[in-house]
Write a protein that binds this ligand. Structure first.
Ligand code: PMT
Length: 415
């Protein structure tokens, strides 16, 4: 199956080709910062997406993590010495720089950023940066004061103007005890950014709105009704859609997930909030995907104060929530509408019923009775239906599944 770097489509066998890092050659440059220990995980993350990874380390990086660890994980000797005859005999530094499809530097310390900006070639990592014609992505990692310092900012801005990509940094608590910008992105986020970097722009020009996660329907100021949705499926869709060239608005119920890079996220609580957020902006969107597990009912009268245990039994009066997906599909200028149907029995029957009743263009039937799939799991499987067709997407991780579903959407929207 031809993957990353080629146009995603349904191939002749009816399999969905999707984006990944298969056959991509990634050179990982590791600078000398505390975040260097995360680079081991980054190698794993890149490799599990199919990339071939080679590592070049700065001298100081080796104080934080051993070349042996990275050699074991990458499956290749680690390069670190500019003047190492043995290494040069294997894959010399110019060859290494030429070999790469993408050069990721993570962590990119203030020192490395400054030296790359100055064009210095006094050690292997910066020499590779100078010698490569591959795109370079810097993942800054440093103390927050060092990051906001005018010198670092000037270096980053000059490198960005020269076409280097800046992935991060994130903001938060730092190894030094301070709080602020300068944390390296998590390995998973960097691997996602790399995937996005190579993704074919199958959804270029599309504006996609995706609902994700659960809704919370308040009972009183401290209690609510909700469900087991983690948001992972919807966030994977948002991330994959961005990777495939779409501009993405993610309307998210409460989740513990970080926003996918490059996606506009609007946080909501209850179904009413979700409906308002969707309707406020839907006119700007060409595709709507309802992946959220919206509570079908809300409490009729939310108690203004914490409710007290006054009797043995309690009855809550519930009223129907608005149907967000059906409301979007009923718009005069409706976008291409895709629903999900989370079912535990008669999955196909109920899903097809929702496709027709809500006047959708497509529905992804999600059998949530299968252990390890669906709600709050990392994997999922879908059976997708549209008016005159269907396609089964077998169990896989949610990001791959998201790419496959979006590929189907892109194909069917223009069919
Ligand atoms: O978030 P995860 O942990 O990753 O889990 C993913 C998931 C299982 C939540 C997801 O894959 C999924 O199946 N989402 C749909 C859940 C759902 O509420 O299904 P439903 O059959 O009840 O609703 C049908 C469709 O109508 C859905 O697109 C839903 O978003 C939409 N809906 C439902 C009720 C309502 N009031 N408004 C809606 O828009």
């Amino acid at each position: 199956m031809a993957l990353c770097g080629k146009v995603s489509a349904i191939n002749l066998q009816g399999e969905i080709e999707c984006v990944s890092l298969t056959n991509k050659k990634i050179l990982l440059g590791i600078g000398g910062g505390i975040a260097a220990y995360k680079s081991a995980d980054l190698v794993r993350r890149l490799k599990e997406r199919g990339a071939e990874v080679r590592v070049v380390m700065s001298q100081s990086a080796q104080e934080f993590i051993t070349p042996l660890t990275l050699q074991a994980l990458s499956g290749h000797p680690v390069a670190s010495d500019l003047l190492d005859p043995a290494a040069e005999a294997a894959m010399g530094h110019i060859e290494l720089a030429r070999w790469a499809d993408l050069f990721i530097i993570a962590p990119a310390t203030a020192n490395i950023i400054a030296r790359i900006n100055a064009g210095m070639a006094d050690e292997l990592l910066t020499t590779c940066a100078l010698a490569t014609s591959a795109p370079i992505a810097l993942c800054p990692a440093m103390n927050q004061q060092m990051y906001i310092n005018a010198a670092t900012q000037a270096n980053l801005s000059s490198l960005s103007q020269r076409g280097l990509h800046l992935w991060g940094p994130a903001s938060g608590s730092q190894a030094c005890g301070e709080v602020g910008p300068g944390r390296m992105l998590e390995p998973l986020q960097i691997a996602e950014a790399a995937t996005a970097f190579f993704a074919p722009p199958l959804l270029a020009g599309e504006h996609i709105m995706i609902t994700a996660g659960p809704t919370r329907e308040a009972i009183d100021p401290v209690r609510y009704i909700s469900n087991h949705s983690s948001g992972k499926m919807g966030y994977a869709l948002a991330q994959a859609a961005h990777a495939m060239g779409a501009s993405v608005t993610l309307i998210s119920g409460p989740t513990a997930l970080a926003s996918p890079v490059g996606v506009t996220r609007i946080n909501v609580e209850g179904a009413d909030d979700m409906l308002s957020a969707v309707m406020a902006d839907i006119a700007q969107h060409s595709i709507f995907i309802g992946c959220a597990a919206v509570a079908d009912y809300k409490v009729a009268d939310i108690a203004p104060q914490k409710m007290k245990k006054s009797s043995e039994n309690m009855t809550l009066a519930l009223v129907r929530n608005p149907d967000i997906l059906a409301s979007v599909a009923a718009l005069a200028n409706k976008p291409y509408c895709v629903g999900f149907a989370a079912e535990t029995q008669d999955v196909e029957h109920y899903a097809k019923g929702k496709l027709a009743a809500k006047k959708l263009d497509m529905i992804a039937a999600n059998d949530v009775s299968v252990p390890g799939l669906g709600f709050n799991a990392d994997s999922n499987a879908l059976h997708v239906f549209w008016q005159d067709g269907q396609h089964a997407l077998p169990a896989t991780n949610k990001l791959t599944l998201a790419q496959q579903l979006l590929t189907l959407i892109a194909n069917q929207k223009h069919a």
